[in-house]
Write a protein that binds this ligand. Sequence first.
Ligand code: HEC
Length: 117
Amino acid sequence: MLVLSLTRGLSAATSVDSVDSVDSVDSVDSVDLVDGPGEHLVRAHCTGCHGLELVISQRGGEGFWRDTIRWMQNTQNLWVIPRDQEEQILHYLSTYYNESEWGRRPPLPLRLMPRSD
Ligand code: HEC
């Protein structure tokens, strides 16, 4: 029994640690979004459930971003975004985070780089 409870203690500690590290992954504000019209709307609507890292790990045109938003609305409880704001978000993302922008993205933060060892 001692072993069992030790194990439980350990796994509890492990999960607390991982929650901490998720929280401390660059806070939302420190993600470097490209400056542009609509940026504040992306920060306002797209950071409630996951970090901006996840958002900008993707690239695509308006259709891709609209589908992504619809998917989150249908399956992940994303709220309905007022149409004019959604238009600006789609415009922003498809302008600065389109597939053609892959080559021009800022360098990945070190912690997202593959390990070199
Ligand atoms: C209500 C919660 C919620 C909000 C707000 C939200 N998302 Fe999401 N989003 C999710 C969930 C849940 C996932 C899946 C996360 C995972 O797979 O770990 C996700 C995943 C994603 C992905 C990755 C999709 C993939 O195929 O891997 C992108 C890109 C994304 N969201 C963009 C956005 C954008 C843009 C906004 C703002 C318009 C936004 N999210 C706002 C819940 C949300």
